[in-house]
Design a binder for this molecule. Structure first.
Ligand code: ADP
Ligand code: MG
Ligand code: MG
Length: 251
């Protein structure tokens, strides 16, 4: 059974249909890239998977780890192991980053029937991850994403995922706005997350990230539908030829 199974998904915002029949199946251990021109519905798909308010599913089904995802609240989805990183991460200036990380980890542990993590173990683990992401400890004591640069937000996103070890990691435009050094650190973090028990979806407009994180599958989303799927060579083709030719081919 697939980790994530999307069947004939239609979704709308404000009565406007954005997703028009998406089918996608993701197994644990696989990395899928979702590419497509701006306005294709990539972020909408991410928001629908995350259960964000205002996105209405009008047709189709989504099964996650054997459960009906559409019946689950946003928090339940996270606890069940679906973690989303957003194109524009929220800022919560009054809440320290470290506090949020610990709460999230303990919520997951509670769902697994585990005790709260002890502070010593937690700090040790977090500090190791912070160092591995080439971040500064001071980061942990700042408000969540408050005043973080684009690159810092993305590093923070990967840090959360490395700590929380989701079953499915969904990264929307994680590469946008990163300079080359940050891109390498972030890609490295994503590659460390790869594993038998985890699925990863990378949403990206550009091929650049995929030079560092090699996807097993590439899908092209256009006008709310997946118009083409292939292996990593499809991303190379898009880079070389642009979207136009593939769009014409598919229509
Ligand atoms: P992508 O991430 O591929 O660039 P989006 O999912 O952000 O695409 O957008 C897909 C389409 O949905 C676009 O036409 C966009 O204008 C529209 N859209 C996105 N968010 C909203 C919204 N909140 N209200 C109305 N239309 C929206
Ligand atoms: Mg966009
Ligand atoms: Mg987007």
């Amino acid at each position: 059974m697939a980790l994530l199974e999307i069947k004939n998904l239609h979704a709308e915002i404000d009565g406007k249909e954005i997703l028009k029949g998406i089918n996608l199946s993701i197994n644990a251990g696989e990395v899928h890239a979702i590419m497509g021109p701006n306005g294709s519905g990539k972020s909408t798909l991410c928001h629908v998977l995350g259960g964000r308010d205002g996105y209405e599913v009008t047709q189709g089904t989504i099964t996650f780890d054997g459960k009906d995802l559409l019946e689950m609240e946003t928090e339940e989805r996270a606890v069940a192991g679906m973690l989303l990183g957003f194109q524009h991460p929220v800022e919560i200036p009054g809440v320290k980053n470290i506090y949020l990380l610990k709460e999230a980890l303990n919520a997951k542990r509670e769902a697994q029937g585990l005790d709260e993590i002890d502070t010593f173990t937690f700090m040790k683990q977090v500090r190791e991850l912070v160092a591995s992401m080439d971040m500064d400890d001071a980061f942990l004591h700042r408000g969540v994403n408050a005043g973080f640069s684009g690159g810092e937000k993305k590093r923070n996103e990967i840090l959360q995922m490395l700590l929380l070890e989701p079953k499915l990691a969904l990264l929307d435009e994680t590469d946008s706005g990163l300079d080359i050094d940050a891109l390498k650190v972030v890609s490295d973090g994503i590659n460390r997350m790869r594993g038998e028990e985890r699925g990863i979806i990378l949403v990206t407009h550009y091929q650049r990230l995929l030079n560092y994180v090699e996807p097993d599958f590439v899908h092209v989303l256009y006008k709310g539908k997946i118009i083409k799927s292939g292996d990593k060579t499809l991303a190379h083709r898009l880079e070389a030829e642009g979207y136009q030719e593939i769009l014409e081919e598919a229509s």
